[in-house]
Design a binder for this molecule. Structure first.
Ligand code: C2E
Ligand code: MG
Ligand code: MG
Ligand code: MG
Length: 294
């Protein structure tokens, strides 16, 4: 009966659910404004070649400079966007900003760098994804398409593997961009994804990397994933490298790239330019890498 008597009555029966719906709508509306008024921005976290210490590229990570609440992390606002039209708009904004920024980095730093952007599964599967990406790249002809990498979140919710697989192939073959499987190992279908999705790169999730030295299960998983990457001829990146010792172990396990607080935290574009000017490879890694090479 409650439903028939109208919204207000229904609200009384289900105050909690309604409160959540109201908050969700308010957050979505605030995000719409944020996109229009330039409150969203990208932070950049370096990825380095473990064997020679060189900075190879950056991952772009979204932030929301909220007028009242300060800097918000993606975990605080991305979930509300899931499967909305706004998720696609924000995703396209991220791609455009990333391409603009990698052009700026390359001009200032005079060195090749890649930029890696996180792509939501629903965005990847949206109708105009490939043509939008092509248009975004065409706006910066100096930016070579292999310097753009798409990170596809490796979760159970990836959706229709056949559609995703086709989009990934189109992105690689028609546009020449790179593709990475993000948070690899956390989804239920990691091996299916590895087999069906033609990614260049695998990113080992930080949950396996963090306790690599103390937890034998994590060690075995990391060793195994690096072995899989070798077998499938994929490049492998370790995320969440928080100490020099973890990095040394990853180097011994033959990991290619590393990303994490031991190298640098995500930072605004201007800070990254500053950081790279003063960057020195971690000495412990360098010594080990040189010993391994000789
Ligand atoms: P992710 O793609 O796996 O990104 C790595 C996350 O790990 C980032 O968190 C980064 O700040 C954090 N991290 C990096 N190194 C370390 C470390 O050594 N220790 C620890 N504890 N954390 C580290 P962030 O920026 O909060 O992003 C969280 C997630 O939000 C990302 O995970 C990604 O899935 C998503 N995300 C971020 N930006 C975007 C975006 O533009 N679009 C979409 N669709 N998702 C995004
Ligand atoms: Mg990522
Ligand atoms: Mg990740
Ligand atoms: Mg993650």
């Amino acid at each position: 009966q409650a439903k028939l008597t109208g919204r207000n009555t229904y609200q009384l029966f289900n105050p909690h659910e309604n409160q959540q719906t109201i908050e969700k709508h308010a957050l979505l509306q605030a995000l719409r404004v944020a996109l229009q008024e330039d409150q969203l921005c990208l932070y950049f976290q370096p990825e380095i070649n473990m064997r020679n210490g060189k900075v190879m590229g950056v991952e772009a990570l979204i932030r929301w400079q909220h007028p009242e609440q300060g800097l918000l992390l993606p975990g605080q606002f991305l979930p509300v966007l899931a499967d909305t039209e706004l998720e696609i708009q924000v995703g396209n904004w991220v791609i455009q900003q990333a391409i603009r920024q990698i052009d700026a980095f390359q001009n200032v730093l005079k060195q090749p760098l890649f930029i890696s952007v996180n792509i939501a599964a629903s965005h990847l599967q949206s109708r105009d994804f490939v043509s939008n990406l092509q248009a975004a790249l065409a706006a910066y002809p100096q930016v070579l398409s292999p310097s753009l990498q798409l990170e596809i979140l490796e979760t159970g919710a990836l959706g229709d593997v056949r559609t995703i697989s086709r989009v990934i192939r189109d992105c690689r073959e028609q546009l020449g961009v790179q593709v990475a499987l993000d948070d690899f190992g956390t989804g239920y279908s990691s091996l299916t994804h590895l087999r069906h999705l033609s990614a260049n790169t695998i990113k080992i999730d930080q949950s396996f990397v963090r306790d690599l030295l103390d937890d034998p299960n994590d060690f075995n998983i990391v060793e195994g994933v690096i072995g899989l990457a070798r077998a499938f001829d994929r490049q492998v990146v370790a995320e969440g490298v928080e100490s020099e010792a973890i990095g040394q172990m990853l180097l011994l396990l033959n990991c290619d790239l590393a990303q994490g607080y031991a190298i640098a935290k995500p930072m605004p574009a201007a800070d990254f330019i500053d950081w790279i000017a003063h960057y020195q490879p971690l000495p412990g890694w360098q010594q080990l890498a040189e010993k391994n090479l000789s």
